[in-house]
Design a protein around this ligand. Structure first.
Ligand code: VTB
Ligand code: MG
Ligand code: MG
Length: 336
């Protein structure tokens, strides 16, 4: 992947991070109408449309590199789409954008926990162009020796090393993984080693982020999930700290060939956080349903409440933003 295309160092305006919150708030507000209504596609569609509209007000020339799919399969926020106030004219900082307007569509449809609307932004060329396949992921929080865990080690070995580094017993560790059949052996191995596990229904972006949020009580994330979600999680960890390693899980030769055309030459490569999200990176997420990290949208007469996290890798500042939205006064693009 090319180095950052920024000609004179940083071109990304730090205020942009706060603009990003408006974008995730808009998506979360729209998705919140569909919480528990059993229609994940409607929830997703509402989030995508609201996020797309909200981008029009952000003073950037953005290119979607992690998005809703290829142009012919996704009408909005497709890979390659230009977004932002200057999308047509050019102008403002030229940035790459990664989105998951509704991370946790099924949990939203069921009214379950931990669904978020999320966006990350990097200087041009900053994000790994991850195809829409699975990625094997492992993540631990900040302050641990580099490489304390590895995708090439067994779960037992990783847990043992992590416990040693944290000066705790393996039985003190809490693992997080997606509740999937494909994780049967992983779950068995962690339990056999004596560790505890939190199984999540969806939402491994927040699952990975939780390793760097002591209040979430997660020591290690393991397992496979969406590769695009892996890049979003890496963007978040660039800001809050923590280690994560990801390996793309190709299933067909065709996938490998396609990835090659997108610049991925070694299909077995293990990517560290800064290889998935490099340079100055910003990340924002708004809770749709309540989770360990963010409270969900609460609607009340004439408005709604939102809870978001926004951060930037350069400064390392993490902000939690509470939004009290007054629908009577809000610009229509942001009212859901
Ligand atoms: C995860 C999870 C997502 O996809 O990435 C998962 O974080 C992986 O796919 O919320 P499977 O559902 O096939 O396991 C989601 O569930 C949906 O994007
Ligand atoms: Mg999505
Ligand atoms: Mg997703």
């Amino acid at each position: 992947m090319p180095e950052s295309g920024a000609p004179h160092g940083l071109v990304v305006d730090r205020n942009l991070a706060l603009e990003l919150v408006r974008v995730t708030e808009a998506a979360a507000l729209a998705a919140s109408r569909w919480i528990g209504r059993g229609d994940k596609n409607a929830a997703d569609g509402a989030a995508v449309e609201a996020m797309r509209k909200a981008f029009d007000t952000v003073a950037i020339t953005g290119t979607v590199v992690i998005g809703e799919g290829e142009m012919d399969e996704a009408p909005m926020l497709y890979i390659g789409e230009k977004v932002g106030l200057y999308a047509r004219t050019g102008g403002g900082p030229e940035v790459d954008i990664a989105v998951d307007p509704l991370e946790g569509t099924s949990i939203t449809a069921k009214g379950g926990p931990n669904a978020i609307a999320t966006v990350a932004l990097a200087e041009k060329g900053g994000f790994l162009h991850a195809p829409d396949i699975y990625m094997d992921k492992i993540a631990v929080g900040p302050g641990l020796p580099d490489g304390v865990v590895s995708l090439d080690a067994s779960p037992e070995q990783n847990l043992r090393e992590l416990a040693k580094a944290k000066k705790v017993e393996v039985s003190d560790l809490m693992v997080c993984t997606l509740d999937r059949d494909r994780h049967k052996d992983l779950i068995k191995a962690c339990r056999a080693a004596g560790a505890r596990i939190t199984l999540i229904g969806d939402g491994d972006v927040s699952g990975v982020m939780n390793v760097s949020q002591p209040e979430a009580g997660i020591d290690i994330y393991m397992g496979s999930g969406g590769a695009p979600e892996g890049v979003l999680a890496a963007a978040a960890l660039r800001c809050i700290g923590g280690q994560m390693y990801g390996r793309l899980m190709f299933e067909t030769e065709e996938q490998i060939a396609r990835a090659r055309s997108m610049g991925i030459t070694d299909p077995n490569r293990v990517y560290a956080v800064e290889e998935m999200a490099r340079g100055d990176v910003m990340f924002a997420a708004t809770g749709v349903t309540t989770g360990a990290m963010l409270r969900g949208v609460r609607r009340f007469s004439g408005g709604a409440y939102t809870h978001s996290i926004v951060m930037r890798s350069k400064s390392g500042t993490v902000r939690y933003v509470e939004g009290h939205h007054n629908f009577a006064r809000k610009p229509s693009a942001f009212v859901a």
